[in-house]
Design a protein around this ligand. Structure first.
Ligand SMILES: Nc1ncnc2c1ncn2[C@@H]1O[C@H](COP(=O)(O)OP(=O)(O)OP(=O)(O)O)[C@@H](O)[C@H]1O
Length: 356
């Protein structure tokens, strides 16, 4: 993990900041043949050794951006440098110095886990004498050594993802790009995968991660960008973004959940002098209020609501999360809860654990 410096290109005692950057994208635009302007002037600077998150709603331009960074798409405009190599002038050097895990699995199901990783070693030119040891090390890292000689077709989704990640790392790249690596995994498989990502980052690997899980970013990432409609909305540390939300979140549940009653509760919140400048949203069961004084003045609000004959049946006060940041900036709910694995996937993972 990196210190929480919000300006990665600033000079420091190691010399000019640009020299410490693993990923530099300047004003990149990508327009597809049908005219879709998927990326519209994105700037990204990621330090060597940094764990960087890339978030955005569906269709925001995450995959297009990551494909541009790993040379699979040519930017219509702008420049990209990875590990000091320009992607247009020296794509081969870029490819040799990165690992990329796409959303689609590249695992060959007919092969065993060991054969898959050994094949990747061959493709990436790992010297023959080093291959056996490298394969064992990587399979151990992703917790698949005990099923190394089982065919990948017998693996659950989570195991295939981990095998995919191992194959992306055979050439020990200093930078890895991961496009939604944990989508579709059950919570336990996701946790195992997070530990694995943390451990490769602890060993010095720069990680660029796109994901829909905000908790994943909060736990793992030093900094993150949020993209929407092809443009960056913000880049900062998780803590700074959460504190920028400005105030705590108070959720209220009221007895009468008719729209008339909830509307009058909203009027009380806005018109009473309890809060200075509250942001108020109605929910199915009451209100969601964000205000600097939400924590201190809750009881005063309850008195005002009581005077207006509105009965509060429950409440919850909490600090802002990245979900709140995401909603505030994009105006959309994150998909954090919307992409849980199907029951079949979760069952398959559980079955594999029993088999092991
Ligand atoms: N090959 C293509 N041709 C034309 N438009 C495309 C193509 N691929 C993606 N798009 C469009 O470009 C925009 C950005 O898509 P992209 O896949 O980069 O978004 P994303 O943030 O990765 O979305 P998701 O989270 O759903 O994977 C969307 O409007 C998408 O429909």
């Amino acid at each position: 993990m990196q210190p929480t410096d919000t300006n990665p290109s600033r000079d420091d005692e190691n010399g000019p900041g640009e020299k410490n950057l693993a990923i530099t994208a300047r004003d990149i635009h990508v327009t597809y043949e049908d005219g879709t302007e998927a990326v519209q002037g994105v700037d990204i600077s990621v330090r060597s050794g940094e764990f960087f998150g890339f978030l955005g709603p569906n269709g925001a331009g995450k995959t297009t951006t990551i494909k541009t960074l790993v040379t699979l798409l040519h930017p219509t405009q702008g420049t990209v440098q990875i590990n000091g190599y320009d992607v247009s002038e020296n794509p081969t050097a870029v490819c040799e110095s990165i690992g990329y895990m796409s959303q689609e699995t590249s695992v060959d199901k007919e092969f065993t886990a060991r054969e898959n990783v050994r094949f990747a070693c061959k493709i990436y030119g790992v010297p023959e004498g080093e291959r056996a040891q490298r394969v064992d090390e990587l399979l151990e890292l992703v917790n698949l050594l005990d099923v190394a000689d089982k065919r990948a077709e017998t693996f659950s989704g989570g195991m295939k993802k981990r095998l995919d990640a191992a194959t992306a790392l055979v050439h020990q790249p200093p930078v890895v790009f991961l496009d939604e690596p944990t989508t579709g995994l059950d919570p336990e498989a996701r946790l195992t995968f997070w530990e694995y990502l943390q451990s490769i980052n602890d060993h010095g690997t720069t990680v660029f991660l796109t994901t829909q899980y905000l908790e994943e970013v909060d736990r793992l990432c030093d900094r993150l960008s949020i993209i929407q409609d092809g443009q960056l909305l913000t880049t900062d540390t998780p803590d700074s973004l959460k504190s920028d939300v400005g105030g705590d979140i108070l959720k209220l549940e009221v007895t009468d959940t008719s729209s008339q009653s909830i509307d009058s509760a909203e009027r009380v919140v806005r018109q009473s002098d309890v809060f200075d400048d509250p942001s108020v949203k109605t929910t199915e069961s009451g209100l969601r209020i964000r205000d600097r004084n939400a924590r201190e003045r809750t009881s005063e609000l309850f008195v005002s609501l009581h005077e207006a004959d509105i009965t509060v049946t429950g409440f919850d006060i909490r600090s802002p999360t990245l979900d709140d940041v995401f909603v505030q900036l994009t105006g959309e709910q994150s998909n954090s809860d919307g992409k849980e694995p199907s029951k079949t996937e979760a069952e398959a993972e559980a079955k594999q654990r029993v088999m092991k």
